[in-house]
Write a protein that binds this ligand. Structure first.
Ligand code: ATP
Ligand code: MG
Ligand code: MG
Ligand code: MG
Length: 482
């Protein structure tokens, strides 16, 4: 089964259970001060759970573009190092807004995994909420009992609030969840392990694939919980992880979702994936990041020096820097991957196809601009490190990190990454202080500035188009109109 079939089987399955298909919401969240990017399938349904709006359909299914690079969910540091956390990923889900609850959600999840996808039962196991003293909550016996009708009891484990109780925020809807994990270790090895130790989060071959959240309570500001009058189901199944286990691969990057990108990067760089851990990490970072960057640009957020735009610029620069350092790529290369992305995702996410040229151009311009200063910046950083070594120091001062940021466009996490690779750390507090001081200075000088931001078709699309130089801004606007 390829990834396209796997995605559509999910949607077909829930449509056959009377769910309405809802297209993915944009990956960039507008008008929500608490969230920059969509980080879960449920984000677009938040108001239904909060009771602010009534849903049009009480059963819904979709595949949502998610990005986990900021705020509560930030997986950036994991990406490339492990083989199953991505910046951008697709979270497939099914929802019940006050309709079915634990029984159907559990039975359908099991039916889909074991009958439609034919996953081997002896590799699956379940975690359920094990209760909590502070909230005076009992363990989730109800979920346990439904699972026990499907799975051997020693494969169902009671776990703590940290992983098995979901909360929207400090207040609001919340409830216990059941998570489904898949163990890819040799069966002989698994058989030796006592049931309780099966969930080993640190084992790279044991991964969580699906989270079923049962929204059952409302948390009030004083911390107390009250049963919700209407109970909801909210589930999230990571497509990339599911494809991996169905295709029986030991890494998400070995599935058909990523192999065309890896092949393209091999052709561009002349390196082979699998050569060495350092090179492999670079490959993984690049083929991961291109998705995050392209989907975000397609949804109207360009790389910039501000908020969401800056997050994207950082991700883009991170990818460029991995290519530069480990794959010897001194010229723009990332933009070549957009064609692969359009080929792979254009059908399900038409925004990628319709804006392919625009995305390509934006990325190429960004790469060019960054590469111009990267070389100088890296040399500068080298001499800074040498200076520190001479003095027997191992912390890069905050102002120095800020200067790298300000003059060479080195995001703090890039400086930190390079520092870490060389056994150094960065004074992050000092960096923030220097940044704050500069902001104060620029505020008072703001009248003299021409500004980085230009608004295009504000009424129509609320898309900001911004860039570093006026020349490039003009180019981008030109492409935007095409
Ligand atoms: P993990 O513990 O592996 O970090 P999670 O508990 O943070 O995952 P959830 O918030 O429960 O994940 O999201 C639901 C599902 O989305 C997960 O079971 C997983 O399949 C998928 N998922 C979560 N984060 C990522 C990611 N960074 N990359 C790919 N898939 C992810
Ligand atoms: Mg996580
Ligand atoms: Mg988890
Ligand atoms: Mg989870």
């Amino acid at each position: 089964m390829n990834s396209k079939q796997i995605r559509s089987h999910f949607i077909d399955f829930f449509q056959s259970k009377a769910h309405q298909f809802v297209p993915s919401a944009p990956i960039v969240v507008k008008n929500d001060p608490t969230l920059m990017f969509t980080n879960a399938g449920m984000n677009q349904f938040k108001d239904y759970f909060l009771g602010n709006e009534n849903p049009e359909h009480i059963r819904v299914t979709n595949s949502q573009k998610c990005l986990r690079v900021s705020g509560k969910h930030n997986d950036l540091e994991e990406v490339g190092v492990d083989t199953y956390h991505h910046t951008m990923f697709e979270m497939m889900g099914n929802w019940s807004f006050g309709d079915y609850f634990k029984k159907d959600a559990i039975n359908w999840a099991w039916e889909l995994l074991t009958e439609v996808y034919q996953l081997p039962k002896d590799r699956l196991y379940i975690t359920v909420f094990g209760g909590d003293h502070v909230d005076q909550l009992e363990q989730d016996d109800e979920a346990f009992d439904y699972w026990a009708e499907l799975v051997e009891k020693d494969r169902i484990l009671f776990c703590s609030k940290k992983d098995n109780f979901w909360e929207m925020g400090e207040t609001g809807p919340c409830g216990p969840c059941s998570e489904i994990h898949f163990d890819m270790r040799p069966l002989e090895e698994i058989k030796q392990i006592p049931g309780r130790e099966l969930v080993n989060e640190d084992h790279p071959q044991v991964i969580e694939i699906w989270n079923l959240v049962f929204m059952q309570f409302n948390r009030f500001a004083d911390g107390h919980l009250k049963e919700l009058p209407a109970k909801h189901v909210d589930t999230g199944l990571g497509l990339e992880r599911l494809v991996r286990v169905i295709q029986n691969k030991s890494s998400n990057y070995d599935t058909d979702l990523f192999t065309p990108f890896i092949a393209k990067m091999e052709a561009i760089s002349g390196f082979t994936y699998g050569e060495s851990e350092k090179i492999d990490i670079a490959f993984r970072v690049i083929v991961d990041h291109i998705r995050a960057i392209s989907f975000t640009i397609a949804d109207g957020q360009l790389p910039s020096n501000n908020k969401a735009g800056y997050v994207i610029r950082r991700i883009l620069r991170r990818a460029v820097r991995y290519g530069y350092t480990f794959l010897d790529l001194k010229k723009p290369f990332l933009f070549n991957l957009v064609a692969v992305l359009a080929e792979k995702f254009g059908e399900f996410y038409p925004e990628i196809n319709s804006q392919q040229d625009f995305i390509t151009k934006v990325i190429q311009e960004e790469e060019l601009a960054f590469l111009r200063t990267l070389d100088k910046g890296l040399k500068n950083l080298e001499s800074i490190q040498k200076g520190l070594a001479d003095k027997n120091e191992n912390t890069i001062p905050g102002e120095v990190a800020f200067e790298l940021y300000d003059t060479y466009g080195f995001p703090l996490d890039l400086t930190s990454l390079i520092a870490r690779e060389n056994g150094l750390s960065v004074d992050e507090k000092g960096f923030s202080a220097a940044m704050k001081a500069q902001k104060e200075r620029s505020r008072s000088a703001s009248k003299l500035e021409t500004g980085d931001w230009i608004m295009v078709n504000e009424e129509e699309s609320s898309v900001f188009v911004g860039y570093d130089t006026l020349e490039t801004t003009a180019q981008i606007i030109k492409y935007r109109k095409i």
